[in-house]
Ligand binder design. Sequence first.
Ligand SMILES: Nc1ncnc2c1ncn2[C@@H]1O[C@H](COP(=O)(O)OP(=O)(O)OP(=O)(O)O)[C@@H](O)[C@H]1O
Length: 246
Amino acid sequence: MKKQTPIIEIKGLFKSFGKDKDVLRGVNINVNKGENLVVLGKSGSGKSITIKCLVRLVEADKGEIKVFGTELTNLAEDELNQVRLRIGFLFQNGALYDSMSVRENLAFPLQRHRPEFTDTQINIAIEETLESVGLIEAIDKMPSELSGGMRKRVGLARTLILKPEILLYDEPTTGLDTITSREISELIISIQMKFKTTSIIITHDMACAKFTSNRIVILRDGVVYTEGTYQDLEQSEDQWVRSFFI
Ligand SMILES: Nc1ncnc2c1ncn2[C@@H]1O[C@H](COP(=O)(O)OP(=O)(O)OP(=O)(O)O)[C@@H](O)[C@H]1O
C-alpha cells in the first residue's frame, strides 16, 4: 500500500504549566488524510492541551506542528488564521448563542468568515448543513428548545458550515445518554464519509471510540504510550492498556 503523507504531524510536543507541572513531555502524533484518530488517556493526561496546542490556542513550549504540510509554530497571526479556517474545533462545552435561533447561530460564522456570501447563499448553506446533521426541522428554534443531543448537532453544524478539512472533537458525547451518544458517533462517521474530513476525537466514551476510530492513541505521563486499532488495543498484553476496554 502507498505510504500516506500525514495531514497532521505533531513531533516532540512539550508543555508545562509552571515548574512542577509537565503535562506534555514529547508527544508524537500523525494523522492521515481521511482518518479518524481517537485519543484516550486518563483525566488530566493532556488530551485537550494537545489539540489546543495543535491550533495554537495554547502555545507549546517545544515541538513541531505541521498541518497540511505547513509548520505552524512560527506562523504569523494572519497566516495562522488562514490555516485555522480549514480546521473545525468542537469544544467540550461548545455553547450556542442562547439569544440566537439555530438559523442565526449558523449564519454567524459565515457572516464573519465569508463576507462575500449573499443572503441566499447563507440560507442555502444553513439548510444544507442542517440537513447533513439531521436537524432541518429545528432551523427556527431557539437553543433552549433543544435537547442535549440536538444542541451538540447544532454545534457541529455551526463548525461544519465553514467546510473544514480537519475536525477536532473534544469529548463529543459527554453528558449524553447511551442512545444519543450512539447517534452522535454515527454522525461523526457520516461526516467523515460525506465530507472526507480528517478528525481527532478525544473521548472517555469507549463505545464512541470503538465506533468512530480508525486508530487510537493513548496518552500516559506526557507521551503517547501506545497506539493501534480498537481491536489491537483491546487485546493488548499490557494490563494498563486493557483496563480502558473493560
Ligand atoms: N491553563 C492551565 N494552567 C495550568 N494547568 C493547566 C492549564 N490547562 C490545563 N492544565 C492542566 O494540564 C493537565 C492536562 O489538561 P487537559 O485538559 O489536557 O487534560 P485532559 O486529558 O483533556 O483531561 P480530561 O479528560 O479530564 O478532559 C491538567 O492537569 C490540567 O489541570
